[in-house]
Design a protein around this ligand. Structure first.
Ligand SMILES: CC(C)(COP(=O)(O)OP(=O)(O)OC[C@H]1O[C@@H](n2cnc3c(N)ncnc32)[C@H](O)[C@@H]1OP(=O)(O)O)[C@@H](O)C(=O)NCCC(=O)NCCS
Length: 185
């Protein structure tokens, strides 16, 4: 469990399923998190249960899912995860989704991302963290840049949103850059 000022990230629980089911069936959340990809949602409880159970059994040496809680009332508001840890290169890929629309634009996702970075760089000693989004998701791109991520490349027209195509924008952050920013703050 890692506490910030607005949120805490903590290990996923079986009881988080209801919140996940709500977020995965909210078209606006699916729009921003996955460009509206119909393979991501809507989803039934039965299907989600299988993924949820698998997530509860994840090996944290490789991947882990955290629940983001609002510190004000302890309610789950989203997820933060890492996956594909490469122990040799010291690399990890992360993802962040605030599922409660009421909490968008309030700094909750940005702080959750910073807490996840603290865990990966500080405790797990990874050297490099990567993440991506689609080029229409201005809020996500700003949040990533605000956390120190640098745009490293674009997979052009890789994301379909409705009948339009957007770039997949890939961001990276190195341990040295993260540590330097922390010294500056
Ligand atoms: C993307 C997300 C993690 C950002 O977290 P957040 O806490 O809501 O973002 P913040 O409030 O810290 O705002 C981040 C930046 O976006 C800006 N912003 C806020 N709302 C915005 C909006 N509607 N449009 C564009 N920019 C916006 C903020 O001003 C801030 O920019 P700045 O630091 O340059 O001033 C969160 O909104 C979210 O999970 N959204 C839904 C799913 C998603 O998009 N996931 C990530 C993509 S995979």
């Amino acid at each position: 469990m890692i506490d910030g000022k607005l949120v805490r990230i903590r290990a996923l629980r079986a009881s988080d399923l209801d919140a996940h089911l709500r977020w995965r069936n909210d078209p606006e959340v699916v729009h921003w998190a996955a460009g509206g990809d119909p393979h991501y949602g809507p989803i039934t409880r039965e299907s989600l249960e299988r993924f949820h159970d698998a997530r509860l059994r994840q090996d944290p040496r490789v991947e882990a899912s955290f629940t983001v809680e609002d510190l004000a009332d302890g309610r789950p508001i989203g997820t933060a995860d890492y996956r594909d840890i490469d122990p040799f290169a010291g690399e990890a890929t992360v993802g962040i989704v605030i599922g409660e629309r009421s909490h968008w634009g309030g700094g909750y996702g940005s702080e959750a991302l910073r807490l996840l970075l603290k865990h990966l760089f500080g405790a797990c000693r990874v050297r490099r963290v990567e993440l991506d989004t689609w080029s229409g998701n201005e809020r996500a791109m700003r949040a990533f840049r605000g956390a120190g991520f640098v745009e490293e490349g674009r997979r052009r027209s890789a994301v379909r949103v409705g009948d339009q195509w957007y770039d997949r924008v890939v961001y990276g952050l190195l341990y040295e850059e993260w540590a330097e920013r922390r010294r500056g703050h």
